[in-house]
Design a protein around this ligand. Structure first.
Ligand code: ADP
Ligand code: MG
Length: 499
């Protein structure tokens, strides 16, 4: 974070000083990072006291100060120097991102964090910082990682680790930026209409990227139209001097051109794209290669990430880099080495026995399921040097939060597995959605053994251990809560990994 005195921070967030005198608060400067985990506190840092599932951050305030925190941002006095903010209205706590916030103390601390991040972002933008915001139903984290990779040759980049994209992770990331930062890349997610507008208000992007409008969290939103409206909050937040980068292969994203005051840059495989991919092919490991066309120039691009869906993500990253002054050859070079940075997203590894394990177990919705299964089909088509032909396994768990569409969407995935000629489907879990997936596969199939249902992740691992043969390719995918990431990791741990 940029250096600010405790007194100044109290003023920005509208908090009261506790256990620190006004003179001391004026003299004491926060120079370290902002942390919500007392074990991560750095000397001179600021500790956020937030309620959690098992414990309350307020109980760790003293430990954080002991570890070097200059001050604590809290909802009540904690016996060590603190800035105390009043509790938030119950409605804020209810709508907030924290699950264990009965008294609204977490919402209050997050609201204060938002005010602090907004003040810091405004100051850094005045000093020349460029803020890039990314949203979409699928691919935010993958694209955020690609954007960071293409911008790194141009200057200092701050981007969130993993999927830090909500009312906590977003301002936390903003406060990672310093006066040395040139580019701040932010992933923005929404559970409700208004969430993205709120995040964009904290750190207004001058470059906004919208990837797609899918069905993720359809249960929460009610309809795709509401999802589209919510994603469009990002481009509505960009000023006329900024840029909206829109994936025109998705009609609902293309339509957002009419909702922004900003200049629009279109990306995609369609002819109307300004930054376009043509002649897309996939190699044996489902890594795309294509000709990139932009600004009347073209260059050959090979991606280091897997699956055709990454083409659109890479085009969005390319458009960002071009806006920031990169040349096409420079972008192509950066994309060629930009691997998956965030765990459990299309992480493709080959064991010494030739078994390929695709760990895509971080999350799942109908669109990312399709993308993952298509990549599995491509991987299976590529012949193995030992067996000559690969058997393919889709080990799938529930896609959470689909609301009324859940049964239909799980049924569709089961059918798609068979249509893509995947050799074996392992349905993990016995709830109604998973039964629907199993039945979808059985109805679409012809010989009845297309699909096997197992109780849980452990049972899936046991089945795979017993039946995997050298050269098989396995996709492991579900919403994170199903715990399938551990299955992929256990399969890889059993055998030396080649790549
Ligand atoms: N453009 C895309 N379209 C469909 N699926 C995608 C796309 N980009 C990534 N995915 C898949 O979606 C899942 C989540 O990817 P991730 O980058 O973590 O997205 P998000 O941050 O939006 O949740 C992964 O399975 C990934 O392979
Ligand atoms: Mg994410």
């Amino acid at each position: 974070m940029i250096a600010l005195s405790v007194a100044r921070i109290a003023e920005i967030v509208g908090g009261e000083l506790a256990d620190i005198s006004p003179d001391e608060a004026a003299a004491r400067v926060v120079t370290g990072t902002v942390e919500f985990d007392s074990r991560a506190v750095t000397p001179g840092g600021l500790f956020l006291a937030l309620p959690g599932a098992r414990s309350d951050g307020h109980d760790f305030a003293a430990a954080a100060v002991e570890a070097g925190a200059a001050v604590v941002l809290a909802a009540r006095p904690v016996g060590v120097p603190a800035i105390v903010v009043p509790p938030a209205p119950a409605a804020d706590a209810e709508a907030g991102v924290l699950e264990h916030d009965a008294d609204g103390s977490g919402a209050a601390v997050l609201a204060a964090l938002a005010r602090l991040a907004a003040a810091v972002a405004a100051e850094l933008v005045a000093g020349g910082l460029t803020i890039i915001g990314v949203t979409g139903s699928s691919g935010k984290t993958s694209t955020k990682d690609l954007i960071a990779a293409v911008l790194r040759p141009l200057g200092e980049v701050v981007a969130p680790p993993g999927s830090f994209n909500n009312e906590l992770g977003h301002p936390w990331t903003v406060l990672r930026a310093t006066t040395d930062t040139d580019y701040l890349v932010l992933e923005m997610s929404a559970r409700h209409p208004g969430n993205i507008a709120a995040l964009a208000a904290i750190a207004p992007p001058s470059i906004a990227v919208v990837l797609n409008v899918g069905t993720a969290h359809l249960g929460e939103f009610g309809s795709r139209e509401v999802i589209a409206e919510t994603k469009s909050e990002l481009v509505q937040a960009v000023r006329s001097s900024g840029v909206a980068i829109l994936n025109v292969d998705d009609p609902m994203v293309a339509a957002m051109a009419g909702k922004t005051a900003a200049r629009v840059v279109r990306v995609g495989q369609s002819a109307q794209a300004d930054v376009r991919a043509v002649d897309v092919e996939l190699d044996d490991l489902a890594r795309p290669r294509f000709t990139l066309i932009a600004g009347g120039q073209q260059v050959a691009v090979r991606l280091a990430v897997h699956g055709e869906h990454q083409v659109g993500n890479a085009l969005s990253a390319t458009a960002v880099a071009i806006e920031c002054g990169a040349g096409l050859a420079q972008v192509a070079a950066a994309l060629a080495t930009a691997g998956p940075e965030s765990r459990r997203r299309m992480d493709v590894r080959t064991r010494a026995d030739g078994v390929i394990v695709v760990n895509d177990a971080y999350n799942a919705n109908p669109d990312s399921m399709r993308a993952g299964l298509q990549a599995l089909a491509v991987l299976a088509r590529a012949s193995d040097r030992r067996s000559g032909k690969r058997r393919s396994w889709a080990v799938l768990g529930e896609m959470a939060e689909l609301g009324e569409e859940s049964i239909t969407e799980h049924d569709r995935v089961g059918r798609l597995v068979v249509r893509l000629d995947i050799s074996r489907l392992v349905v993990v879990g016995t709830g109604r959605p998973m039964s629907a997936m199993h039945h979808g596969a059985v109805m679409e199939g012809s010989w009845g053994s297309e699909s096997t249902v197992v109780d849980d992740a452990d049972a899936a691992l046991e089945l795979l251990r017993a039946e995997l043969q050298p050269g098989d390719v396995v996709l492991v995918k579900a919403s994170n809560s199903v715990g399938l990431g551990a299955v992929a990791e256990a399969l890889l741990a059993e055998d030396g990994v080649e790549s």
